[in-house]
Design a binder for this molecule. Structure first.
Ligand code: HEC
Ligand code: HEC
Length: 339
């Protein structure tokens, strides 16, 4: 009769011992998404930074991304990565979409307006390390075979951008590891996924009990895109008529202020200046229906071409970065302001 309580006690001790030795992760809002996935048994992301490379650090990476220049490990400074741009000319470094499971340019425009950020052609670097494919969709058309090594390799994607998008020099290996280490500081957290309380509970249950892990992994992965989609589109066939949509000038003002002026105001990243004067708007208005590089339709949809290494160029806006409706909104604003 006495043996049962003793057995019970032993089981209890063994159970609590095991419980103490393998504490399972309790997921909350701040837990990194990548960590949750690994704990649930998903394959870890391959691109961890290698900080054993001499001189590599998060600080160097942050400086390279935000300023284009960094301190060398033995004193002195690196040369500028690019004479024309910094990474943040074209990429935000904060979350820029309210719902990470879709790429919706209007939702993004309103989100960046509310958070004091620009509206840009490149996808935010926030959460870049959580993606598994890069330069998706039609970027293959623009960069051809250069995209192949970059498609599933973030280091190659960064290098492609350093040389082709930034029109600058390639990053040395200690700089590359630094940029990657900095990008890991921008990894997604659970709170970025708008996860509901009951979903969080499900995930914690899966972690505690080791069951339903596949479902929990899927639940997490459905909350964000594994790569940023990109669809290249052409200007409207008839540039006088434009796209068959009615523009909203108020929305167009947001695009002008948060996107065009980010690069063109005070000639920040371009020799071509745009501001709020009548002159700017009349210039744009006069050229929009023409078949030249000064047509907003043309530059937005095709961008301009760089002379490799020698010139700044304007990246095109994919459909995911500016909808046809938003193009017409911008046009309506230009029309209104040129009067
Ligand atoms: C002149 C604009 C421009 C500059 C400067 C620039 N990029 Fe990009 N970058 C782009 C565009 C456009 C893409 C295309 C894919 C996307 O972001 O949606 C891209 C893609 C990327 C990608 C792949 C993103 C993805 O999800 O497909 C990474 C990573 C990246 N850039 C990092 C950098 C870094 C680091 C720098 C600075 C050294 C930099 N970029 C500078 C425009 C730029
Ligand atoms: C990421 C930075 C960036 C953004 C955002 C941007 N541009 Fe540009 N744009 C450039 C660069 C760089 C050039 C190349 C011209 C130069 O600097 O010499 C250019 C060229 C142009 C030109 C042709 C001028 C010429 O000399 O060939 C026009 C017109 C223009 N942009 C309008 C716009 C409008 C309108 C918007 C907003 C929808 C916009 N740009 C957004 C960087 C940008």
């Amino acid at each position: 009769m006495k043996i049962i309580p003793i057995l019970f006690l032993i089981t209890l001790i063994a159970w609590s011992g095991e419980w103490l030795s393998t504490p399972s992760l309790i997921v909350d809002e701040e837990t990194p998404v990548a960590r949750v996935l690994v704990e649930l048994g998903d394959e870890p992301l391959a691109h961890q930074p290698d900080l054993s490379v001499g001189g590599a650090s998060v600080e160097v990476g942050r400086d390279l991304v935000l300023k284009g220049i960094a301190k060398k490990p033995n004193g002195g400074k690196t040369t500028k990565q690019s004479n024309h741009f910094v990474c943040t000319s074209c990429h935000n470094v904060q979350k820029e979409d309210p719902d990470l499971s879709v790429s919706d340019p209007q939702a993004r425009l309103e989100y960046v307006r509310d958070h004091g950020m620009p509206f840009l052609q490149g996808t935010t670097l926030y959460g870049a390390v959580n993606r598994t494919s890069f330069y998706n969709g039609d970027y293959e058309k623009k960069y051809g075979d250069l995209v192949k090594p970059a498609r599933n390799n973030i280091r190659e994607a960064i290098q492609l951008c350093a040389v082709e998008c930034s029109q600058g020099r390639a990053l040395a290996s200690w700089e590359m590891e630094s940029v990657l280490a900095y990008l890991w500081t921008l990894e997604l957290k659970m709170k970025d996924l708008n996860i509901k309380d009951d979903e969080l509970q499900k995930i914690n249950m899966a972690l505690q009990q080791g069951s339903m892990a596949t479902d929990a992994i899927q639940l997490v992965k459905d909350k964000y895109l594994p790569g940023s989609p990109a669809t290249f589109v052409t200007p409207p066939e008839n540039r006088t008529k434009g796209y068959p949509l009615k523009g909203n000038a108020e929305n167009g003002a947001l695009i002008y202020d948060l996107s065009c002026k980010h690069c063109h105001e005070d000639k920040r990243y371009s020799f071509f200046e745009l501001d709020d004067t009548n002159y700017s708007f009349q210039f744009l208005e006069r050229h929009i229906s023409r078949y030249t590089r000064y047509s907003v339709y043309q530059v937005a949809r095709y961008g301009t071409s760089p002379i490799p290494g020698k010139m700044a160029y304007m990246p095109n806006y994919t459909l995911e970065k500016m909808s046809d409706q938003q193009m017409e909104d911008l046009r309506a604003y230009i029309d209104q302001m040129s009067k």
